[in-house]
Write a protein that binds this ligand. Structure first.
Ligand code: F6P
Length: 358
C-alpha cells in the first residue's frame, strides 16, 4: 500500500482543483486500491498541525472547473518557518513528524515561489516531495508557464476591455491596477491583450513625465482617453534607486492606498485630466479556470503522478517549449522569473507604440 499527501499552499489561483483531480485520477488509475491519498488542510499549516483526512476517489470528481482549492490554503512565510512560535518543536520538525506519523511515501505540493522554498527545504530534510507550479503571477523560475496565469489574464483583460468603453465615452484617463508585486507578466499580457496605451510593470521603472507626455501626445492626435495597465508593484525611476529599507519607508509614508492612486494624482495635476482608478484585486484569482489552465493543470498532475511512479522525488513539474519536464527543486527554490526588459513581448509592445513608462 502506497500513501501520499497532497496540499495547496500560498495564494490560491484557478486550476488548483483541476491539478489535484489530475494527480489523484492518475494515481488511482496506476495503483487502484493500493494507494491512499491524504488531503492536508490549509497548506503547510495542516502538515504542521496534523490536520488532514483520508480522501476517497469520489472526493476528486466534479472539481475540474471549480475555482479555489478543496483543500484550503494559507501562507506560511519561508522566513518564519524555523522561527519559534511558542511550540518547543519547530515547524519543519513538526511537518517531518506528521509526514512520518502518516507513513507517507510522498508529498505533492501545489504552490508558488514561497511554497517552493519550503518544499525544497523539506526535500533536503529527507522527505519525498513533488511539486506543481501554480500562480496567477507566472513568476516561478524553471517553467515557461504556471497554471492560473491565463485565467487571470482573461479576467484582467476583460476589466480593461470594459474600462475601454467607458473611457472612450467620457474622454477620461483610466488606470487599472493589476496583481503582481515583483513580476509584471500578468500586467504585460493583460495590457497587450486589451490594447492598453501605457503598461507599467515592476521590471521597468517608470518616469511620470514619459507617461504624461504619452497621454498628451495621444490627445494631440484626437484621442481624448488613455488606458493604463499598472502592476501593483510598479515603481518610479526614483524609487528604483533606493535601498530596500528606504523604499519601504517611503511607501509607508505614501498617503495613497496604492501606487496607481499616486500615478492618477500626478497625471491629474500635470494634465488637468480626470483620472479614475480601478483595482480588480482578488477577482483576478477567483472563479473557474480557463480551458488552457484546465489542460495545463491536468498535464502537470498526470506528470507529477508519473514522477511518483518512477520515484523521481525532489522535482517540480514544469512546462518548457510546450513539453512537460521535471526540474530539480534545488534549482527552482529562491529564484524569481521576472519579465526580462528586452524580451520579445516587450519589444512587440514597444514596436506597436505602447508606452512602457521609461
Ligand atoms: O498569489 C499571487 C498574488 O495574487 C499576487 O499577485 C498578489 O500580489 C498577492 O498574491 C496577494 O496576496 P494576498 O492574497 O495574500 O493578499
Amino acid at each position: 500500500m502506497k500513501k501520499v499527501g497532497i496540499l495547496t499552499s500560498g495564494g490560491d489561483c484557478q486550476g488548483l482543483n483541476a491539478a489535484i483531480r489530475s494527480v489523484a485520477k492518475a494515481l488511482y488509475r496506476e495503483f487502484g486500491k493500493d494507494i491512499s491519498i491524504y488531503g492536508i488542510k490549509n497548506g503547510y499549516t495542516g502538515l504542521i498541525d496534523g490536520d488532514y483526512s483520508l480522501m476517497e476517489e469520489r472526493d476528486f470528481s466534479g472539481i475540474l472547473t471549480l475555482g479555489g482549492t478543496i483543500l484550503g490554503t494559507s501562507r506560511q512565510p519561508f522566513k518564519q518557518i524555523r522561527k519559534f512560535d511558542g511550540n518547543p518543536v519547530d515547524k519543519v520538525e513538526r511537518m517531518k513528524m506528521n509526514y512520518k506519523k502518516l507513513g507517507l511515501d510522498c508529498l505533492f505540493v501545489l504552490g508558488g515561489n514561497g511554497t517552493h522554498k519550503t518544499a525544497n527545504l523539506l526535500s533536503e530534510e529527507g522527505l519525498n516531495v513533488i511539486t506543481l507550479p501554480k500562480t496567477i503571477d507566472n513568476d516561478i523560475w524553471g517553467t515557461d508557464m504556471t497554471f492560473g496565469f491565463y485565467s487571470a489574464v482573461d479576467i484582467a483583460s476583460d476589466v480593461l476591455d470594459r474600462i475601454h468603453t467607458t473611457a472612450t465615452s467620457h474622454s477620461r484617463v483610466f488606470i487599472v491596477e493589476i496583481m503582481g508585486h515583483k513580476a509584471g507578466w500578468l500586467t504585460l499580457y493583460a495590457g497587450m491583450a486589451s490594447g492598453s496605451d501605457i503598461i507599467l510593470i515592476p521590471e521597468i521603472p517608470y518616469n511620470i513625465d514619459s507617461v504624461v507626455a504619452e497621454i498628451e501626445r495621444r490627445e494631440k492626435t484626437g484621442k481624448r482617453f488613455s488606458i493604463l495597465a499598472v502592476a501593483e508593484g510598479a515603481v518610479s525611476a526614483d524609487e528604483a534607486k533606493l535601498e530596500k529599507k528606504e523604499f519601504k519607508k517611503l511607501r509607508q509614508q505614501m498617503k495613497y492606498p496604492s501606487v496607481s492612486y499616486r500615478i492618477a494624482d500626478e497625471i491629474g495635476k500635470k494634465t488637468g485630466n480626470e483620472v479614475r482608478v480601478t483595482v480588480p484585486g482578488h477577482f483576478q484569482r477567483g472563479g473557474s479556470p480557463c480551458p488552457y489552465d484546465r489542460i495545463l493543470a491536468t498535464r502537470f498532475g498526470a506528470a507529477a503522478a508519473a514522477l511518483f511512479r518512477e520515484k523521481k522525488y525532489g522535482n517540480m513539474v514544469a512546462l518548457r517549449d510546450n513539453e512537460v519536464v521535471a526540474v530539480p527543486l534545488c534549482e527552482v527554490a529562491g529564484k524569481l522569473k521576472r519579465v526580462p526588459a528586452d524580451c520579445e513581448q516587450i519589444e512587440a509592445a514597444r514596436n506597436i507604440g505602447v508606452n512602457l513608462g521609461d
